[in-house]
Design a protein around this ligand. Structure first.
Ligand SMILES: [Zn+2]
Ligand SMILES: [Zn+2]
Length: 359
């Protein structure tokens, strides 16, 4: 086994370097994976922009959290996995002992354990994640598809919290990676999805993932009225998902829901951001506001099953591929929006050892 490996190390704000670092070792209960695919993510882009993350990033600043790979080493006491297993580890696991875990809110665990280091040749998976939140891939499932489990797990929790079911009308604000995962997962459930997007290239993308109607805000004078007009009898949507992370989108979302409807403010704007809501609208329309965060082991499994089902258009979410030493360029590129009309990458799959060919 080599003593050093190649990994992306976040040294500071917009300073991502490819370095040789110590090969991870599997301690008791832990496993070391050979990384077969790691995906870029909007959260990683935020961390890259700021150079830190209060909760999620380890001190050695190994980076990346959407990953799938093959078990290379197992530590003492690991019984559920062995070398050669193809797995997807989630990026966190709850304690199952605190108040929140005991009340069905493991996503809010007081001691949520995070793991990072997906953009590397190998990654160590902590014992708690091995025990509670690592899933075995079916033979035919591609690593880069399995690596979608983490973002989709957040979305599945968002859908569950929004009580979405077949026949509902849902407005999704935003068509970045998370907005598109919402559109696709909801459409597969039989929800009628209306996508509200900004860029012209997002119109076709939103339709490809199952949106029945798409409204481009630049095409209308009053996006709120135009979005409501697309709902049955113009009464507003049963549920509105906000996936833009701006105060304006949060405010619009409340104005697009029907009476008695639900608004899920899913996108997280920067700390210190405030919004203004019309109190009469919230009260007399009897709106429910939610702001779902992260995932639970149950929604991780629901996401994984959907990805493995063959119904989910996994490949359409992976619009780029790169080798690990190209990663700094990939992140620099994500900072620059392409010209209007040219679709930005949804997710880029990083293959540190080259791409596996599935039979
Ligand atoms: Zn992510
Ligand atoms: Zn807990």
């Amino acid at each position: 086994m080599p003593e050093l490996m190649t990994a992306a190390v976040l040294r500071g704000k917009e300073d991502l370097r490819i370095e040789r670092v110590a090969m991870p070792v599997a301690g008791p209960g832990e496993v070391v994976l050979r990384v077969e695919a790691a995906l870029t993510c909007g959260t990683d882009l935020k961390v890259y922009r700021r150079g830190y993350h209060a909760k999620m990033l380890t001190p050695d600043r190994l980076f990346g959290h959407e990953v799938a790979g093959v078990v290379l080493k197992v530590g003492d006491g690991v019984e559920n996995f062995r070398a050669g297993d193809r797995v997807v580890p989630l990026n966190s696991a709850p304690c199952d002992a605190c108040f929140f875990c005991q009340h069905g809110q493991q996503n809010l665990c007081d001691d949520l354990l995070f793991n990072n280091g997906a953009y590397a040749e190998y990654i160590r998976v902590p014992a708690r994640i091995v025990a509670k939140n690592t899933l075995l891939l079916p033979d035919k499932m591609a690593f880069e598809h399995a690596a979608l489990t983490e973002p989709l797990a957040c979305v599945m929790r968002g859908l569950e919290e929004s009580q979405a079911k077949a026949g509902n009308t849902m407005i999704v604000l935003g068509a970045g990676p998370i907005g598109l995962l919402f559109i696709h997962a909801a459409a597969l459930m039989g929800v009628q999805v209306i996508a509200v997007v900004k860029r012209s290239d997002q119109v076709a993308t939103a339709r490809k993932f199952g949106a029945e109607k798409v409204l481009r805000i630049g095409d209308v004078e009053d996006p709120i009225a135009a979005a409501r007009a697309l709902t049955p009898d113009g009464r507003g949507a049963d549920m509105v998902i906000e996936a833009v992370a701006t105060p304006q989108a949060w405010e619009w979302a409340t104005q697009m829901a029907r009476k008695g409807g639900l608004v899920n403010l899913f996108g997280g704007p920067p700390a210190g951001t405030t919004v203004q809501f019309d109190t009469n609208l919230l009260h007399y329309s009897d709106l429910t506001l939610k702001a779902s965060f992260h995932h639970t082991p149950a929604t991780a499994r629901a996401a994984f099953e959907l990805l493995a089902s063959g119904r989910f258009q996994c490949a359409d979410f992976l619009t780029g591929t790169a080798a690990i030493d190209e990663l700094p360029g990939v992140f620099a590129g994500m900072m620059v929006r392409p010209a209007e009309g040219i679709a930005p990458e949804i997710k880029t799959a990083i293959f540190p050892h080259g791409r596996e060919v599935l039979r």
